[in-house]
Design a protein around this ligand. Structure first.
Ligand code: ZN
Length: 198
């Protein structure tokens, strides 16, 4: 997608051997602090979002078929935890929306960025759907991703096994998975698979 304030063309693409960028268990490796102290157990990045918001994304994803749906996440970032308070749909500005691509319409971005500010929130991420493929970022998703934002994907949106996963760029410009947790609740005990809310 296009973020109007972008001022650099520095690519964020990770190595080809890690194109999916996925730490499947959410095991993003975080460095210790600058003094090298081990510090507390590093918190895995996680996205706190209410189930009703995920349901809204899934509904919008179905409504957009066969194209990808997209929109913005408004909320707050608190360390490794991002709290989503609003999930908004936007127009998909891509010329060929049936392709595996999306772009949040710039006018919608500006409108929702203003809305977020008026509510004391920030744009904290983007959501979009994959009609047929799983909720893993595509190469295009990686190339267009922004540091610090969450990328929530509704995978298999046209199918009965639709599901959501969320991703964030690490310091090396690769996607790592964020665990989805229910807003307002402590994260579930770590398992080998991320928590998927339904
Ligand atoms: Zn995608």
């Amino acid at each position: 997608m296009t973020k109007p304030a972008r001022t650099t063309d520095t690519p964020l693409v990770g190595g080809d051997s890690d194109r999916d960028g996925a730490a499947r268990s959410g095991g993003a490796v975080r460095p210790g602090d600058a003094a090298g102290r081990p510090g507390p157990e590093p918190a895995a990045p996680r996205l706190a979002v209410a189930p009703r918001l995920l349901a809204r994304a899934r509904e919008a994803a179905r409504a957009a078929l066969p194209a990808e749906a997209c929109g913005l996440l408004l909320g707050r970032v608190d360390g490794e935890r991002t709290l989503v308070q609003r999930l908004e749909s936007t127009r998909n500005a891509t010329a060929s929306p049936a392709e595996d691509t999306f772009e949040v319409h710039p006018e919608d971005y500006l409108r929702l960025d203003a809305l977020a500010r008026s509510l004391g929130l920030d744009v904290v991420g983007v959501w979009h759907s994959h009609p047929d493929s799983a909720a893993r970022p595509s190469r295009t998703d990686l190339e267009r991703a922004w540091p610090g934002w969450s990328y929530l994907i509704v995978g298999r949106a046209a199918h009965d096994d639709a599901h959501e996963r969320s991703w964030r760029l690490d310091d090396d410009g690769r996607f790592v998975e964020e665990r989805l947790v229910t807003a307002g609740e402590a994260p579930a005990p770590r398992t080998t698979q991320p928590t998927i809310l339904r």
